[in-house]
Design a binder for this molecule. Structure first.
Ligand SMILES: C[S@@+](CC[C@H](N)C(=O)[O-])C[C@H]1O[C@@H](n2cnc3c(N)ncnc32)[C@H](O)[C@@H]1O
Length: 172
């Protein structure tokens, strides 16, 4: 992906850093040479401590709430990943949605679109992850707006519905 083949990654809504763990595995299994965490963004203090312990990085790499991040301050990354909060999308919740104007717990996903507009050097790849319900009829219009914004930013889109049990995890 880059000349020295180190994949630079930045994640938002980072939790405990599952995408970073996936890169660690890809490195171990020789699919990639190496990766480097440029930053992460998380607000939950226990998740932050866990993230730093799991990935052996300093808390200073945490940029805090995505709402406070300014895109033009971000270092270049090859890859951004954001699994934005699903509480208002999932059928386990009230399904209030993730409209840009709504202030639901799931609406901060749009902050990544804002940052993609602001950042000087856009990441080559961006991965969004959420629950299957985001593809339902109820959220189709919002998801289409989200996709249109990404296309207007120059990205080619690929989407898929994956079942975690197919990847040896005990969650359907
Ligand atoms: C669905 S979890 C993502 C889990 C993550 N993909 C992982 O690998 O662990 C969503 C995360 O977003 C975080 N979050 C919620 N609002 C945020 C905000 N404004 N800025 C940054 N993180 C936020 C939550 O604390 C939570 O850990």
């Amino acid at each position: 992906m880059t000349d020295n083949k180190i994949i630079k990654i930045g994640t938002f809504f980072s939790g405990i850093g599952a995408p970073e763990k996936a890169l660690e595995r890809l490195k171990r299994e020789n699919y990639i040479d190496d990766y480097k965490v440029q930053f992460f963004s998380e607000i939950d203090k226990n998740a932050i401590k866990s993230y730093c312990a799991i990935h052996n990085v300093d808390e200073s790499l945490n940029l805090g709430s995505i709402t406070d991040i300014k895109g033009n301050n971000l270092p270049y990354c090859d890859l951004w990943v954001g699994g934005f909060p699903c509480q208002d999308i999932s059928c386990a919740g009230k399904m209030r949605g993730f409209n840009f104007e709504s202030s639901t717990r799931s609406s901060p996903g749009w902050e990544m679109i804002r940052l993609l507009r602001e950042v000087k050097n856009k990441p080559k790849y961006v991965i969004f992850e959420n629950v299957a319900m985001i593809t339902s009829k109820k959220f189709k219009d919002t998801l289409n707006l989200f996709k249109e914004d990404l296309m207007s930013l120059g990205y080619t889109l690929y989407d898929d519905l994956l079942c975690a049990t197919d990847y040896e995890t005990p969650q359907n």
